[in-house]
Design a protein around this ligand. Structure first.
Ligand SMILES: [Zn+2]
Length: 207
């Protein structure tokens, strides 16, 4: 198992950005107890990689984070709360469990904040979402994730949220495959491990 992994080693495999967000904690299949989002600045790096912010927004937010560490750690606490909340919701969906009203209430609190930061503008004969403030708020990538989560939960793909079939793996994904038979987060990681275990079991059985 590798150590000293960098963000370049992390693959975005979930087919949905907020499920990839939940997959930023690794429980030992690829790396030992790796958390790719260990600080606000690490969250920014991941947000850039996931396409939630562009390079100008990244630079602007990085500067703000250096200038206001207290605010950065307050936003970071919210990032971790949202990740835990979404993990619980997606795990419940993938196992067919119900989601509590407390959970939905907490998600709605995030949504209210994100909605307040946005407005509609009329551009080229249609309405488009814009940020209300000209300055880039430190919560911006977090708000984008909240909106993406609401889109996923209210959209047609919500029933396709699955957990990887490897019991040791905690990763989840949205199964957008045509036959809806995707089992693994990554075939090269969990699929091959399962295949290897299958061969070994047959070998031990004398097959
Ligand atoms: Zn897996």
């Amino acid at each position: 198992m590798e150590t000293n992994a960098t963000l370049a080693d992390l693959n975005l495999i979930a087919d949905n950005v907020c499920v990839d967000f939940v997959n930023t904690v690794e429980r030992g299949v690829r790396y030992q107890h790796q958390d790719w989002i260990g600080s606000y600045d690490a969250f920014l790096l991941w947000s850039r990689k996931a396409g939630l912010i562009d390079s100008d927004e990244f630079t602007c937010l990085k500067t703000q984070s250096s200038a206001n560490r207290r605010k950065a750690s307050r936003v970071f606490e919210k990032v971790l709360r949202l990740r835990a909340l979404l993990r619980g919701i997606f795990a419940a969906i993938s196992s067919g469990s119900t989601i509590s009203t407390t959970t939905i209430k907490e998600l709605n609190e995030f949504l209210t904040e994100a909605h307040l930061a946005r407005k509609l503008e009329w551009v080229d004969q249609r309405a488009v979402w814009r940020w209300r403030a000209d300055s880039v708020a430190m919560e911006r990538p977090l708000w984008t994730l909240v909106m993406a989560a609401a889109d996923l939960l209210t959209g047609g793909n919500v029933e396709c949220v699955r957990k990887c079939a490897n019991p040791q793996c905690s990763w989840m994904f949205v199964d957008t495959s045509k036959n809806k038979r995707r089992r693994w987060c990554e075939m090269e990681v969990c699929g091959n491990q399962a295949k290897a275990r299958g061969h070994y079991a047959r070998y031990r059985a004398g097959a």
